[in-house]
Write a protein that binds this ligand. Structure first.
Ligand code: ATP
Ligand code: MG
Length: 297
């Protein structure tokens, strides 16, 4: 295969992961030339290009070396790994990305009820995830027949092709609409950054590492808030205890008011009105809560 000096990232062309994946890469400072209905987007600035494909193709493209990294659901990545002769080798989940959350669950007809895995013994279960379902069945000592369906899995029980299903669930509305109830969770999923276990040992590896560092910076601060406030020194302990995640604050003296300090702290998670009001009662004033865009330690 021809060697490449630019890093190539695969992501879903059109679907649930497309918009959040684009937004994440933009936050990492990557810009791509717009290409309508095209497979390939050339990266401007950093030597990183995008490949827009169906999500199912992403792990295979990385395994074959066509791409270096991919943004894909853990469900798709794990299913691919299980289809390989050595599931522990090859591809790895490099980062979890915090969007596209869902679970792969077994669901049974509503009227059947569910009293544990043994109930599935000898039953037929329809799924697009035979590897993950097979692994769950083995680990629970259940002998069920796995019926592979590429799509529309949720109607299999009504059509009589299966007794139960194993499919992705987020809100559960699709299950309810098909008179099914969620019985057991096979895996919790979210979008992940997938790559080969060993990053390429050339310029691409360096670009990949730079991207991973930027990703960490973005992920770390995505849900964080920077809080600024002024407080009497003697109220500091009480106020710090009220800060979400109890961060270690940075203190700055206030000119002409030796008993006052300005407190700056990076809080994990949002800061509620209730927390601000509690801090005000403890002596804080002039409180500002700011979203954080980037962080480089
Ligand atoms: P493609 O055309 O790329 O094959 P798709 O129909 O397979 O698209 P989507 O429905 O866009 O894929 O889902 C992509 C991923 O989004 C899933 O693999 C899963 O990780 C995640 N996801 C989050 N919530 C749900 C959900 N309720 N149903 C299905 N997938 C979900
Ligand atoms: Mg797909």
């Amino acid at each position: 295969m021809k060697s490449r000096d630019r890093l190539r990232i695969a992501m879903q062309k059109s679907g649930r992961l497309t918009e959040p994946a684009q937004e994440l890469l933009a936050r990492c400072g990557l810009k791509f030339r717009q290409s309508r209905d095209k497979l390939f987007c050339f990266g401007e600035g950093e030597p990183v290009d995008l490949l827009l494909v169906r999500d199912d193709d992403i792990p295979g493209l990385i395994a074959e070396g066509v791409c270096d990294l991919g943004i894909v659901g853990r469900n798709v990545l794990r299913e691919f790994q299980l289809s390989q002769p050595e599931p522990g080798e090859g591809l790895a989940e490099l980062r979890s990305l915090g969007f596209g959350r869902c679970r792969l669950s077994i669901a049974v007809p509503h009227e059947d009820g569910y009293d544990g895995p043994a109930q599935l013994d000898g039953r037929a279960i329809a799924t697009s995830y035979p590897g993950l379902l097979g692994e769950w069945l083995r680990s629970h000592g259940v002998a069920a027949r796995v019926v592979y369906l590429a799509g529309s899995v949720e109607i299999a029980p009504r059509l009589g092709t299966a007794d139960a299903i194993c499919d992705l669930v987020s809100s559960g509305a699709t299950l309810v609409a098909n008179q099914l109830r969620e019985a057991a969770v096979v895996i919790e999923s979210e979008a992940v950054l997938a790559g080969r276990r060993d990053l390429p040992a050339d310029e691409r590896g360096e670009i990949a590492e730079l991207l991973l560092r930027r990703l960490d910076g973005v992920i770390q601060v995505r849900d964080s808030r920077l809080i600024l406030l002024q407080a009497p020194r003697n109220a500091l302990d009480d106020i710090t205890r009220l800060l979400p995640g109890m961060p270690v604050p940075t203190l700055t003296a206030v000119d002409g008011a030796p008993d006052q300090v300005v407190v700056q702290a990076l809080c994990a998670g949002s800061v509620s009105w209730r927390q601000l009001e509690d801090m005000k009662r403890a002596g804080a004033r002039d409180m500002l809560v700011l979203p954080v865009e980037k962080m480089l330690a």
